[in-house]
Design a protein around this ligand. Structure first.
Ligand code: F6R
Length: 630
């Protein structure tokens, strides 16, 4: 396992070869993958006729729609093609740096980073290879092409395909990095070649051809049987063939097919104005799905986990827990710290994954490392997991994509059942993470002799309570819209409400671009209170929990300085209603479930504010869904 700098780009790849017109399939796939990156896009198309004239390439700066508009007149008959939507790492997002990149006979798209690209580029330039872009991707294409030409020169009996495969292997042996590439060789019409080294590539055999993508979202509308290309195998497909070839042994195999239970309607908007709104409204179902089959079915009160014995051994021996994640998933980890310490009485430390790797964590007998990730591909989280695995301690993941690297490489996997999350700002994945973490910590608490019946009962009621909250969604959206001219928005809470305040601030800043900060309410007077004046909004989380009285005191301090207060509390709480300008009442719930309920109005406040500002809600600027770059 590699612990150095993990650099992966977050782009989307699609390829098709078969009997149908390739362009519409590729563009449709790119639209579905656009959440991975949207600063430039391109496609290359060819026909199964061995003339280079039958080849066309189109690249554009800007989102996929620009490519769709620019390509109306091309690709009307071509049946093979590759396409790409980019999140720039090397080279500005312009047309020249957009993929596909062509080097002679090779036309290639790439997701990932070639770490030693500068050295390879220099070597190739030294021997006369001309580059047209600033990307590391072009280096890969040029390297394969360079070797292909050399190999054919030294063995004129070789056929084109064998030469390309040998060139690919040689190039891969020289390239350092984590990547997936898909390419065509113009002299081998109708064929596509793909390899992955740490970034996913998924393929599916359709009735009339083959579809390949960096993510199943682009495949699911066509077929639910897919193959996740393993490392060390080359995918080789054309209209009739669907095979892999081992990089070392050359052994040809039929790819292992897995059936996915994600259906096409799960990746459509289904009448909602945005994916994010659809995902917010899916939360009752997602929480129910995540709990389905897990709630105790007998007197023992034991939750039901896959590989139950291993689960029991893991937690019986646990002495110290590290929870590691990034962004929203990190906020889930922070919330879970309160759960594990209160119920399970396990010393729990929470780390941002990019920090964990560099702070020399102490691993000893009884240490358990849990990583939390929606995508299962986040580079920093993956590196933290690798570090723990190498140290030989027990690891587990809470992850939404069972086929992802994080799910596969963790010792134990507790799946969240949020289904595909397309909106770049995470919503349903977060509530699913909190749900499973709450269930897990309750269960570990039970194993260690601590029960919290109220939280347990409230957990089973969660889908119903979330549903009730969503009935007020219009009100929350309107309150959010009123915040659109704020210069800064603050979010405060105590206890489990502190990480939820951080999550509220994260949702607000990423969707609206308004500076938003979250604080532990008790910290206000140690500095942030300097922000408060009548033009500043403070969203305060104050459910009737053990911190209630203290939070009310903090609210009074804010009120005394004229701050505009939006309070989120328990339904019917007249006291807090009196001292706030806007009050959002949530159903009374238990300590363990209140954070899950409290985040829902925060998602909708951010949504309403972003909508009033006319922001691109599903694709906020500069962000990408799957952050596979360090
Ligand atoms: C924010 C958001 C990000 C992700 C973070 C980790 O709305 O979505 O902060 O939570 O990039 O991603 P995963 O959970 O895929 O590891």
């Amino acid at each position: 396992m590699h612990y150095g700098t993990l650099f992966l780009t977050m782009c989307g790849i699609v390829g098709y070869t078969g009997k149908q017109q390739a362009k519409p399939i590729l563009l449709e796939g790119l639209k579905r993958l656009e959440y991975r990156g949207y600063d430039s896009a391109g496609l290359a198309l060819s026909s199964p006729s061995p003339t280079i004239q039958n080849f066309v390439i189109q690249r554009n700066a800007g989102p996929v729609q620009g490519l769709i508009d620019a390509s109306t007149k091309i690709g009307l008959s071509e049946t093979t093609g590759i396409a790409h939507t980019r999140w720039a790492t090397h080279g500005v997002p312009n047309e020249t740096n957009a993929h596909p990149h062509r080097a002679g006979n090779i036309v290639l798209v790439h997701n990932g980073i070639i770490e030693n690209y500068a050295q390879i580029k220099e070597k190739l330039q030294h021997i006369g290879v001309q580059f047209s872009s600033q990307t590391d991707t072009e280096v890969f294409a040029q390297l394969i092409e360079f070797h292909r030409v050399q190999i054919l020169k030294s063995d004129t009996t070789l056929n084109e395909e064998d030469a390309v495969l040998r060139a690919l292997k040689k190039a891969m042996s020289e390239v350092d990095g984590h990547y997936a590439i898909l390419f065509m060789a113009l002299t081998i019409p109708g064929k596509l070649f793909g390899v992955q080294n740490g970034a996913p590539l998924v393929a599916s055999k359709l009735k009339d051809g083959c579809l390949i993508a960096s993510d199943i979202q682009a495949i699911i509308p066509y077929h639910n049987e897919v193959c996740f290309l393993p490392k060390g195998e080359i995918l080789i497909v054309d209209e009739n063939h669907f095979e892999t070839r081992n990089l070392k042994t050359d052994k040809v195999s039929v790819p292992k097919i897995e059936r996915m239970d994600w259906t096409a309607d799960k990746v459509e908007k289904n009448g909602f104005e945005t994916f994010m709104l659809k995902e917010i409204f899916q939360q009752p179902l997602v929480v129910a799905d995540t709990l389905s089959g897990r709630l105790p079915s007998d007197e023992s009160g034991a939750f039901i986990w896959d590989h139950f014995k291993a689960h029991e051994v893991l937690w019986k021996n646990a002495k110290r827990l590290y929870l590691v994640a990034c962004g929203t998933s990190y906020h889930a980890a922070m919330t879970a710290k309160y759960f594990f310490e209160k119920w399970a009485r396990i010393d729990c430390q929470v780390d941002i994954a990019s920090e964990f790797r560099y702070r020399h964590p102490v691993f000893e007998t009884g240490t358990v490392v849990g990583v939390i990730s929606q995508s299962g591909e986040t580079a920093d989280t993956l590196a933290a997991l690798a570090l723990a695995n190498q140290a030989g301690v027990s690891t587990f993941s809470i992850c939404n994509v069972p086929s992802s690297t994080i799910s596969r490489e963790s010792g134990f996997h507790y799946p969240t059942m949020a289904g595909p999350e397309i909106g770049v700002a995470s919503t349903k994945a977060f509530t699913a993470q909190l749900t499973i973490l709450c269930a897990l910590a309750l269960d570990v608490g039970r194993l260690r002799g601590n029960d919290d019946l109220a939280s347990f009962q409230a957990l089973a009621r969660l889908p119903h309570d979330i549903d009730r909250i969503l009935k007020q969604s219009e009100t929350f959206i309107q309150i959010g819209a009123k915040l659109k001219d704020q210069k800064i928005i603050l979010f405060v809470g105590r206890g489990t409400m502190y990480p939820i305040a951080l999550e509220g601030a994260l949702k607000m800043k990423e969707l609206t671009y308004i500076p938003s900060e979250g604080f532990a309410a008790g910290e206000l007077k140690h500095g942030p209170i300097a922000y408060i004046d009548p033009n500043v909004t403070i969203v305060t989380l104050a459910p009737r929990d053990e911190c209630y009285a203290k939070t009310i005191s903090n609210l009074e301090e804010i009120r005394a300085r004229g701050g505009h207060i939006v309070a989120i509390g328990t339904e019917g709480d007249e006291e807090i209603k009196k001292i706030s300008h806007e009050f959002i009442g949530l159903p009374a719930s238990a300590w363990g479930t209140m954070p899950i309920l409290s985040v829902i109005p925060l998602q909708l406040l951010a949504y309403g504010c972003a909508k009033a500002l006319g922001r691109n809600i599903d694709k906020p600027r500069n962000l990408a869904k799957s952050v596979t770059v360090e």
